[in-house]
Design a protein. Structure first.
Length: 158
């Protein structure tokens, strides 16, 4: 699930880039949830081959409930939204057996991560140890997650 920039006209080049990325994400999405404020002008949802669900957010500011209206602050419509989203997600998953990992090393890394997460949960009395277990959990996934800030290897030559 990705929260993207709002789709609107702008002259700001940075906002235009964010909007272009939002449109690209929508085009590749499995589902688009198009939120608009109750006082916003009617706008077309982004182009997408996926289903598009239109919702009005901030329903607590509306005089009456209209269609798919939700309010995160008051919880209005959220139970129905979550149930609908859960049903959609379940419909997209393959039925039958759970997905299997095809490489033993992937399973080993995931099991190590799981073990550290369980250990972190059990140490709610000590935030320092909890943080250490979370660090080790992330480290266990290290070979499978992107590295953005790697330091170059240090080489000492004689």
């Amino acid at each position: 699930m990705i929260d993207t920039a709002g789709l609107r006209e702008t002259h700001d080049p940075i906002e235009r880039e964010g909007i272009a990325r939002a449109r690209a994400r929508a085009a590749a999405a499995d589902l688009v949830v198009h939120l608009s404020a109750p006082d916003a002008a009617e706008e077309a949802p982004p182009a997408s081959g996926a289903p598009i669900w239109r919702y009005i957010n901030k329903a607590d500011l509306l005089a009456g409930t209209q269609g798919n209206a939700i309010s995160v602050t008051q919880g209005q419509g959220m139970d129905d939204f979550v149930a609908r989203l859960t049903g959609f997600a379940a419909s997209q998953m393959p039925q039958g057996d759970a997905p299997m990992l095809t490489r033993a090393r992937h399973r080993q890394h995931l099991e190590a991560c799981r073990g550290e997460l369980i250990a972190a949960q059990s140490r709610d009395d000590d935030p320092v140890l909890q943080a250490e277990h979370l660090r080790l959990a992330a480290q266990a996934l290290g070979p499978h997650r992107p590295h953005r800030h790697r330091r170059p290897a240090r080489r000492d030559f004689p």
